[in-house]
Design a protein around this ligand. Structure first.
Ligand SMILES: NC(=O)c1ccc[n+]([C@@H]2O[C@H](COP(=O)([O-])OP(=O)(O)OC[C@H]3O[C@@H](n4cnc5c(N)ncnc54)[C@H](OP(=O)(O)O)[C@@H]3O)[C@@H](O)[C@H]2O)c1
Length: 220
Protein backbone atom coordinates (compact mmCIF):
# COMPACT_ATOMS: atom_id res chain seq x y z
CA UNK A 1 0.00 0.00 0.00
CA UNK A 2 1.31 3.48 -0.86
CA UNK A 3 1.89 5.57 2.25
CA UNK A 4 0.44 9.06 1.97
CA UNK A 5 2.45 11.88 3.51
CA UNK A 6 1.35 15.32 4.71
CA UNK A 7 3.08 18.35 6.21
CA UNK A 8 0.42 18.51 8.95
CA UNK A 9 0.99 16.88 12.36
CA UNK A 10 0.28 13.15 12.37
CA UNK A 11 -3.07 12.24 13.89
CA UNK A 12 -4.20 8.89 15.28
CA UNK A 13 -7.73 7.85 16.18
CA UNK A 14 -7.72 5.28 18.98
CA UNK A 15 -10.97 3.29 19.25
CA UNK A 16 -12.99 2.66 16.10
CA UNK A 17 -16.52 2.48 17.44
CA UNK A 18 -19.27 4.97 16.51
CA UNK A 19 -17.28 8.17 17.00
CA UNK A 20 -13.79 6.96 16.09
CA UNK A 21 -14.81 5.46 12.76
CA UNK A 22 -16.73 8.63 11.79
CA UNK A 23 -13.85 10.92 12.79
CA UNK A 24 -11.48 8.79 10.70
CA UNK A 25 -13.88 8.80 7.76
CA UNK A 26 -14.38 12.57 8.00
CA UNK A 27 -10.61 13.15 8.06
CA UNK A 28 -10.17 11.05 4.95
CA UNK A 29 -12.96 13.02 3.26
CA UNK A 30 -11.02 16.13 4.30
CA UNK A 31 -7.94 14.66 2.59
CA UNK A 32 -6.04 14.27 5.89
CA UNK A 33 -3.96 11.14 6.48
CA UNK A 34 -5.01 9.35 9.67
CA UNK A 35 -3.67 6.44 11.68
CA UNK A 36 -6.52 4.17 12.77
CA UNK A 37 -6.05 1.94 15.83
CA UNK A 38 -8.21 -0.33 17.89
CA UNK A 39 -7.48 -3.04 20.42
CA UNK A 40 -8.71 -5.40 17.68
CA UNK A 41 -6.26 -4.81 14.81
CA UNK A 42 -8.66 -6.49 12.39
CA UNK A 43 -11.12 -3.64 12.97
CA UNK A 44 -8.42 -1.10 12.08
CA UNK A 45 -7.43 -3.05 8.98
CA UNK A 46 -11.07 -3.36 7.91
CA UNK A 47 -11.70 0.38 8.27
CA UNK A 48 -8.49 1.20 6.43
CA UNK A 49 -9.55 -1.06 3.57
CA UNK A 50 -12.89 0.76 3.40
CA UNK A 51 -11.40 4.28 3.61
CA UNK A 52 -8.40 3.80 1.34
CA UNK A 53 -4.72 4.54 1.73
CA UNK A 54 -5.15 7.81 3.68
CA UNK A 55 -6.16 5.61 6.66
CA UNK A 56 -3.25 3.56 8.00
CA UNK A 57 -4.04 0.73 10.44
CA UNK A 58 -1.81 0.26 13.50
CA UNK A 59 -1.76 -1.38 16.90
CA UNK A 60 -2.56 1.08 19.71
CA UNK A 61 0.98 1.36 21.18
CA UNK A 62 2.55 2.01 17.77
CA UNK A 63 -0.15 4.55 16.87
CA UNK A 64 0.37 6.48 20.10
CA UNK A 65 4.12 6.47 19.57
CA UNK A 66 3.93 7.68 15.97
CA UNK A 67 1.22 10.34 16.14
CA UNK A 68 1.53 13.95 17.33
CA UNK A 69 -2.21 14.26 17.97
CA UNK A 70 -4.15 11.41 19.59
CA UNK A 71 -7.95 11.27 19.50
CA UNK A 72 -9.16 8.99 22.29
CA UNK A 73 -12.50 7.90 20.80
CA UNK A 74 -13.15 5.60 23.74
CA UNK A 75 -15.14 5.81 26.95
CA UNK A 76 -14.03 8.06 29.82
CA UNK A 77 -12.82 5.21 32.07
CA UNK A 78 -10.82 3.69 29.19
CA UNK A 79 -9.16 7.07 28.49
CA UNK A 80 -8.07 7.21 32.14
CA UNK A 81 -6.62 3.72 31.76
CA UNK A 82 -4.69 4.55 28.57
CA UNK A 83 -3.35 7.87 29.93
CA UNK A 84 -1.74 5.88 32.70
CA UNK A 85 -0.67 2.88 30.60
CA UNK A 86 0.99 5.04 27.90
CA UNK A 87 2.14 7.91 30.14
CA UNK A 88 5.67 7.84 28.72
CA UNK A 89 4.68 7.61 25.04
CA UNK A 90 2.08 10.39 25.45
CA UNK A 91 4.50 12.95 26.88
CA UNK A 92 4.33 16.26 25.01
CA UNK A 93 1.53 15.13 22.68
CA UNK A 94 -1.82 16.73 21.94
CA UNK A 95 -4.65 14.61 23.31
CA UNK A 96 -8.21 15.09 22.09
CA UNK A 97 -10.96 13.99 24.48
CA UNK A 98 -14.47 13.64 23.01
CA UNK A 99 -15.80 11.70 26.01
CA UNK A 100 -19.04 12.08 27.86
CA UNK A 101 -18.87 10.71 31.41
CA UNK A 102 -22.12 8.76 31.22
CA UNK A 103 -23.46 5.22 31.51
CA UNK A 104 -26.88 3.69 30.77
CA UNK A 105 -29.45 4.16 33.55
CA UNK A 106 -32.29 1.78 34.46
CA UNK A 107 -34.86 3.78 32.46
CA UNK A 108 -33.29 3.37 29.03
CA UNK A 109 -31.53 6.75 29.26
CA UNK A 110 -28.12 7.85 30.50
CA UNK A 111 -26.79 9.07 33.84
CA UNK A 112 -23.65 10.98 34.67
CA UNK A 113 -21.00 8.79 36.33
CA UNK A 114 -19.08 11.65 37.96
CA UNK A 115 -20.30 14.47 40.22
CA UNK A 116 -22.86 16.79 38.68
CA UNK A 117 -20.49 19.75 38.85
CA UNK A 118 -17.52 17.86 37.44
CA UNK A 119 -16.45 17.31 33.83
CA UNK A 120 -14.50 14.48 32.24
CA UNK A 121 -12.21 17.10 30.70
CA UNK A 122 -11.20 18.57 34.05
CA UNK A 123 -10.61 15.14 35.57
CA UNK A 124 -8.50 13.97 32.61
CA UNK A 125 -6.52 17.22 32.78
CA UNK A 126 -5.28 16.22 36.24
CA UNK A 127 -4.07 12.86 34.84
CA UNK A 128 -2.12 14.20 31.87
CA UNK A 129 1.35 12.81 31.14
CA UNK A 130 4.23 15.29 31.30
CA UNK A 131 4.00 18.06 28.70
CA UNK A 132 0.83 16.63 27.12
CA UNK A 133 -1.87 19.10 26.11
CA UNK A 134 -5.53 18.27 26.47
CA UNK A 135 -8.27 19.43 24.13
CA UNK A 136 -11.94 18.79 24.75
CA UNK A 137 -13.33 18.39 21.23
CA UNK A 138 -15.18 16.23 18.70
CA UNK A 139 -17.80 15.15 21.26
CA UNK A 140 -20.39 17.94 21.14
CA UNK A 141 -22.49 16.19 18.49
CA UNK A 142 -24.03 12.75 18.49
CA UNK A 143 -22.51 10.23 16.08
CA UNK A 144 -25.33 10.69 13.56
CA UNK A 145 -24.80 14.46 13.28
CA UNK A 146 -21.02 14.11 13.27
CA UNK A 147 -21.41 11.99 10.17
CA UNK A 148 -24.34 13.74 8.46
CA UNK A 149 -23.35 17.37 9.11
CA UNK A 150 -19.70 17.13 8.11
CA UNK A 151 -18.78 19.39 5.18
CA UNK A 152 -22.23 20.99 5.21
CA UNK A 153 -22.79 23.62 2.49
CA UNK A 154 -23.08 26.56 2.17
CA UNK A 155 -22.44 27.13 5.90
CA UNK A 156 -20.46 24.66 7.94
CA UNK A 157 -21.70 23.31 11.26
CA UNK A 158 -19.69 24.34 14.33
CA UNK A 159 -17.69 22.10 16.62
CA UNK A 160 -16.87 23.81 19.90
CA UNK A 161 -13.63 23.01 21.66
CA UNK A 162 -11.84 23.91 24.90
CA UNK A 163 -8.16 23.89 25.76
CA UNK A 164 -5.82 25.68 28.13
CA UNK A 165 -3.18 25.88 25.40
CA UNK A 166 -4.07 28.71 23.02
CA UNK A 167 -0.71 27.97 21.32
CA UNK A 168 -2.07 24.79 19.72
CA UNK A 169 -5.14 26.47 18.21
CA UNK A 170 -3.77 26.16 14.65
CA UNK A 171 -3.29 22.39 14.95
CA UNK A 172 -6.65 21.80 16.64
CA UNK A 173 -8.63 24.00 14.32
CA UNK A 174 -7.06 22.23 11.34
CA UNK A 175 -8.23 18.88 12.77
CA UNK A 176 -11.77 20.24 13.15
CA UNK A 177 -11.76 21.80 9.67
CA UNK A 178 -10.36 18.61 8.14
CA UNK A 179 -13.33 16.85 9.79
CA UNK A 180 -15.64 19.17 7.83
CA UNK A 181 -16.65 21.54 10.66
CA UNK A 182 -16.07 25.13 11.77
CA UNK A 183 -14.04 25.36 15.01
CA UNK A 184 -15.07 27.66 17.87
CA UNK A 185 -12.92 27.80 21.02
CA UNK A 186 -14.94 28.53 24.10
CA UNK A 187 -12.08 28.80 26.60
CA UNK A 188 -9.98 26.58 28.83
CA UNK A 189 -10.53 23.02 30.04
CA UNK A 190 -12.60 24.42 32.92
CA UNK A 191 -15.30 25.00 30.27
CA UNK A 192 -15.45 21.27 29.38
CA UNK A 193 -18.72 20.74 31.22
CA UNK A 194 -20.44 22.99 28.67
CA UNK A 195 -19.23 20.69 25.87
CA UNK A 196 -20.19 17.41 27.50
CA UNK A 197 -23.60 15.77 27.25
CA UNK A 198 -26.24 17.78 29.21
CA UNK A 199 -24.02 20.89 28.77
CA UNK A 200 -25.34 24.11 27.23
CA UNK A 201 -23.21 23.69 24.08
CA UNK A 202 -23.96 20.01 23.46
CA UNK A 203 -26.39 18.64 20.91
CA UNK A 204 -27.88 16.49 23.70
CA UNK A 205 -27.94 19.36 26.19
CA UNK A 206 -29.41 22.85 26.21
CA UNK A 207 -28.16 23.56 22.67
CA UNK A 208 -30.23 20.68 21.34
CA UNK A 209 -29.18 20.95 17.67
CA UNK A 210 -26.33 21.59 15.29
CA UNK A 211 -25.43 25.26 14.81
CA UNK A 212 -23.68 27.41 12.23
CA UNK A 213 -21.09 30.05 13.18
CA UNK A 214 -23.57 32.88 13.68
CA UNK A 215 -25.88 30.70 15.81
CA UNK A 216 -22.85 29.43 17.76
CA UNK A 217 -21.73 32.95 18.63
CA UNK A 218 -25.19 33.70 20.03
CA UNK A 219 -25.22 30.43 22.02
CA UNK A 220 -21.69 30.77 23.41
N1 LIG B 1 -21.80 7.80 20.32
C1 LIG B 1 -22.02 9.11 20.38
O1 LIG B 1 -23.02 9.63 19.83
C2 LIG B 1 -21.03 10.00 21.09
C3 LIG B 1 -21.15 11.39 20.95
C4 LIG B 1 -20.22 12.23 21.55
C5 LIG B 1 -19.18 11.69 22.28
N2 LIG B 1 -19.09 10.33 22.43
C6 LIG B 1 -17.98 9.81 23.23
O2 LIG B 1 -17.05 9.16 22.34
C7 LIG B 1 -16.43 8.07 23.01
C8 LIG B 1 -16.65 6.82 22.15
O3 LIG B 1 -18.05 6.58 22.03
P1 LIG B 1 -18.61 5.56 20.95
O4 LIG B 1 -20.06 5.77 20.88
O5 LIG B 1 -17.78 5.64 19.72
O6 LIG B 1 -18.31 4.18 21.70
P2 LIG B 1 -18.26 2.71 21.09
O7 LIG B 1 -18.97 2.66 19.78
O8 LIG B 1 -18.69 1.81 22.19
O9 LIG B 1 -16.71 2.49 20.80
C9 LIG B 1 -15.80 2.48 21.86
C10 LIG B 1 -14.45 2.04 21.36
O10 LIG B 1 -13.56 2.04 22.48
C11 LIG B 1 -12.79 0.84 22.44
N3 LIG B 1 -12.36 0.50 23.79
C12 LIG B 1 -13.13 0.21 24.87
N4 LIG B 1 -12.36 0.00 25.96
C13 LIG B 1 -11.08 0.16 25.55
C14 LIG B 1 -9.84 0.06 26.20
N5 LIG B 1 -9.76 -0.21 27.51
N6 LIG B 1 -8.73 0.26 25.47
C15 LIG B 1 -8.80 0.56 24.15
N7 LIG B 1 -9.96 0.66 23.47
C16 LIG B 1 -11.08 0.46 24.16
C17 LIG B 1 -13.74 -0.19 21.85
O11 LIG B 1 -12.98 -1.25 21.37
P3 LIG B 1 -13.60 -2.74 21.22
O12 LIG B 1 -14.27 -2.75 19.88
O13 LIG B 1 -12.40 -3.58 21.28
O14 LIG B 1 -14.55 -2.95 22.37
C18 LIG B 1 -14.42 0.64 20.76
O15 LIG B 1 -13.62 0.68 19.60
C19 LIG B 1 -17.08 7.97 24.39
O16 LIG B 1 -16.25 8.60 25.32
C20 LIG B 1 -18.39 8.75 24.22
O17 LIG B 1 -18.81 9.35 25.43
C21 LIG B 1 -19.98 9.49 21.85
Amino acid sequence: MTQVTSNKPKIAVIGLGNIGSIVAENLVKGNRPVIVADRKIEKAKGLSKKLGNLARPMEIPAAIKEADIIVFAIWFEAIKELLSKYATELQGKIIIDPSNPIAPDEKGGFRKIIDKEQSAGQILFTLLPKGAKLVKALGTLGAASLEKSAFQQPEKVVLFYASNDAGIATEIEAVIRDNGFEPVRIGGIDQSIRLEVFGDLHEFGALGKTVTLMEAKQAA
